[in-house]
Design a protein. Structure first.
Length: 321
């Protein structure tokens, strides 16, 4: 047995190890008072297979998991947590925490503070809670909730579901068929990575974008469905929608309040033709002969509801402010 300056308690239950880390204590020759019974962990220990429960302190801790299903808790302080492989559970609590799930289907909660949460591979569930959080799912079908604060959520590859929550959030789906909900606040939402250099930016997936309340900006890719929601919103489409078979679909465009921004490639020249075809059951927005967006038939959209902008002037719509 090793004697350390701090105290480390270790309890083995079946294949599960519970480790508590405490800070240093002053030396004292007097007898220690009996310790109060420690609170029981909320999880059923038998549900963990060859994993560990590791708890930090009120300081800035570095906590690393094992190959099993771990439960890591940072408490207060700016903590760094890494889960390794296995289906891990992490809670940052207070402080500006950095959390990495690695392999496995992980669940991570940032808590209070401005947190950085990275799911890595696996189907992860990421929760920012309070603060201005930066969250990235990477590979896998991830679920992400920003909570309160101006959060930035990026799904990466896979079919992701992103929920912005309160305040002004940035939601980027990435590759895969993603579902993005802005909720309240003035949100910036896209299913793919936009481009300002003339290169192709659409990933070709079919995403569902919902702005919710607030004045939102929704950047549409080919085949995407946009529900703008309440507030004066901007629907952004462009010549990256290069096929008439894959226009963006605008569900609830409110004329006189919402605006459709059509973005042009910087090398496309100065002569462009925009027409509105409202014949039949669908209203079509045609840019240089290509249907880039459709609206329900009977939508009273006019040219005053459409702005045609070159990329250099549309930077505020193609990137979050």
């Amino acid at each position: 047995m090793l004697m350390l300056a701090g105290m480390m308690g270790l309890m083995l239950v079946g294949a599960t190890a519970i480790i508590g880390i405490e800070g240093e204590t002053d030396e004292d020759d007097t007898a220690a008072a009996p310790e109060e019974e420690a609170p029981r962990p909320s999880a059923d220990l038998y549900d963990l297979i060859a994993g560990e429960i590791r708890a930090g302190t009120g300081d800035a801790d570095e906590i690393t998991g094992t190959e099993g299903a771990d439960q890591l808790g940072g408490y207060s302080g700016d903590d760094v947590m890494a889960g390794a492989s296995g289906d891990d559970m992490m809670r940052g609590d207070d402080g500006a925490d950095r959390m990495t799930g690695d392999a496995g289907d992980d669940e991570m909660h940032g808590g209070d503070g401005d947190d950085l949460i990275y799911g890595s591979s696996g189907d992860d569930a990421l929760f920012g809670h309070m603060g201005r959080d930066l969250m990235q799912g990477d590979a896998g079908a991830d679920i992400m909730h920003g909570g309160a604060g101006d959060d930035s959520l990026s799904g990466g590859a896979g079919e992701d579901a992103l929920h912005g929550g309160l305040d002004n959030d940035v939601l980027t789906g990435g590759a895969g068929d993603d579902t993005l909900f802005g909720s309240s606040g003035d949100d910036w939402i896209t299913g793919f990575t936009a481009r300002l250099d003339g290169s192709e930016g659409d990933d070709g997936a079919r995403d569902f974008l919902n702005g919710g309340d607030g004045s939102d900006t929704l950047l549409a890719g080919a085949g995407d469905t946009l529900t703008l929601g309440a507030g004066a919103d901007f629907a952004v489409a462009g010549d990256w929608i290069g096929s008439a078979d894959d226009p963006a679909e605008l569900i609830d465009f409110l004329t006189g309040e919402d605006q459709l921004i059509l973005v042009l490639n910087k090398d496309a020249g100065s002569d462009h033709d925009v027409t509105i075809d409202d014949s039949g059951t669908v209203t079509r927005i045609v840019l240089d002969g290509v249907v880039v967006a459709t609206l329900p038939g009977g939508t009273q959209i006019g040219m005053s509801d459409i702005a045609l902008l070159p990329e250099g002037e549309a930077a505020g719509f193609l990137r979050p402010g």
